[in-house]
Design a protein around this ligand. Structure first.
Ligand code: SF4
Length: 346
């Protein structure tokens, strides 16, 4: 993976926090990608994400669509061009198409996508499309109803597959499938999912199981990128690593011998923190410089406390400037964040 494009290293020259220009951290990484969690609620209970007896945030604790839009308007001039709406499950929040339409109005937003579990996609895809959404990531770890039930503690696989059909028919593109690979649970899903994605023109990403959810994470449960790759190559022949691209996307992409691609997000075995360009805004208005961050910046209090635009921008710059080098999963120093995935938004 070291053959990827590397961002220019400007850290030597950055001894004090810049108060203008792009959102750069002390490692020279430039942040252009904001993930926005619009709710911590979900209609599934994935075992690696949240406990069964989860308690959700009261509605008034969630940022309003106007607050989210104001925040995004402040970040675009700082170089943020890419937005991803996440949850919990974003489609359980009412009138999401209204937020999408608002965000679509903001000049400078080059890319707007959504990550969903697909359960409500069939019924909402049309209004999302009309609101201006064009690309979707769907979390789908299996094509087997029994494994789906085991992982999500709910029924719904057929509704997800119907959601994919409707999204394809409407013209969403690309449609990406995010599949978490867990040893002893979904490793047998690698080939069926790969065949499904190839047959339906979907862009598949396997994600190594990360210590960010409910319950106890065990490294022995990680089904590693190398193993996924070997499985794919045993079935489809030698895969070629894809080198083009701006190098900031988490997935290493591979090309099948007969064309078409598959991605692997190897957060554990091949961390990509050195080229991270992502920030996360939680549903309750906390800015996180890393998925695994142990600290966060309270943007909601600023938004609701009468802070000026400059004060909010300064807080964002300070958050980015405080960003650590990367997650510490592979070290003895690793501390699992208290927040679980559904309160951060992937
Ligand atoms: S673990 Fe944190 S620093 Fe590393 S890529 Fe993910 S968000 Fe970025």
């Amino acid at each position: 993976m070291s053959h990827r494009i590397r961002l220019p290293d400007v850290s030597e020259t950055l001894t004090s926090m810049p108060t203008s220009g792009p959102l750069v951290d002390t490692f020279g990484r430039i942040h252009t990608n904001l993930r926005i969690s619009v709710t911590d609620r979900c209609n599934l209970r994935c075992t690696y994400c949240m406990p069964e007896d989860v308690v959700f945030l009261p509605r008034q604790e969630l940022l309003t669509y106007e607050e989210i839009t104001r925040f995004v308007r402040l970040l675009v001039p700082l170089g943020v061009t890419k937005l991803r709406l996440t949850g919990g499950e974003p489609l359980v929040r009412r009138d999401l198409d209204k937020l999408i339409a608002q965000l679509r109005q903001i000049p400078g937003i080059r890319d707007l996508s959504l990550t969903t579990n697909g359960i409500l996609l069939a019924e909402q895809a049309e209004c999302l499309y009309h609101a201006g959404l064009r690309r979707i990531n769907i979390s789908l770890d299996t094509l087997r109803p029994d494994v789906f039930r085991h992982l999500t503690r709910r029924e719904g696989l057929e509704r997800v597959l119907e959601g994919i059909r409707v999204a394809r028919r409407l013209g969403f593109h690309p449609i990406k499938i995010n599949a978490v690979s867990i040893r002893g649970v979904t490793e047998d899903e690698v080939i069926p999912l790969a065949q499904f994605a190839r047959e339906h023109g979907l862009e598949l990403r396997f994600i190594e199981y990360m210590p960010i959810g409910a319950g106890h994470w065990e490294r022995s449960k990680v089904y590693f990128a190398e193993e996924i790759l070997q499985q794919l190559q045993r079935t489809f022949g030698p895969l070629r690593p894809v080198l083009e691209g701006d190098g900031t996307t988490p997935a290493q992409e591979w090309e099948y011998p007969d064309g078409g691609r598959v991605g692997i997000i190897a957060s554990v075995s091949r961390p990509f923190c050195h080229r991270c360009n992502r920030l996360r805004l939680t549903a309750d208005g906390k800015l996180r410089y890393c998925l695994f961050a142990l600290e966060e910046t309270d943007i909601k209090s600023l938004l609701r406390g009468g802070a000026s635009d400059d004060e909010i921008v300064l807080a964002v710059r300070q958050c980015v400037w405080a960003k650590w080098e990367g997650h510490q999963i592979n070290t003895a120093r690793f501390i699992k964040p208290t927040r679980t995935m559904h309160t951060i938004g992937g």
